[in-house]
Design a binder for this molecule. Sequence first.
Ligand SMILES: [Fe+2]
Ligand SMILES: [Fe+2]
Length: 184
Amino acid sequence: MKLKEKIKAELERYGGGILDSEEMRLASGQTHHTRSTVAEHTRRVAENSLAICHALNMLGIATDRKAVVEGALCHDLGILGRDEKYENEQECYRRHADDSVEVARKLLDDLPEKTKDIIERHMWPTAGSRRPSHLEGFIVSAADKAAAVEDIIVGSRLKPADLRTTLRNIAERRRRRAWKTKKR
Ligand SMILES: [Fe+2]
Ligand SMILES: [Fe+2]
């Protein structure tokens, strides 16, 4: 089975109930990070988190994929109804993680401590969030930041090729500077 198929199967196995929920249906109608919906974003974070789990597995590092999928799919569901719920962006930024924990409590029969921690601390290292207590929390937090950065880059119409050129130019300038210093 190819990695993509494995990830799809695991997403269904561990997150089928959440994906079929009314909350997820509502999430597909609310935009997030300008170019995605909350549903697309949470699904992407879950898929990328699973991809990280598979890579870690190849290095002999075991991860709790059920916690990763449930945590990733729920991590931003508290943001639903953002405009009515929060006074401003800052309040949304600070409070949505805790509100997502409440949504997870509703969607899951029992909310394990690890899954709660993943959701509650997913904003780390921003928004004054505490550091995740488990490896799975770091995975979801990193996948979440990567998805947000991707949305910002695509949203700003800065093409990956432009980004590559910019990074190459920075590296080239550094190399020249280091060479000049050596010559002195
Ligand atoms: Fe978030
Ligand atoms: Fe997120």
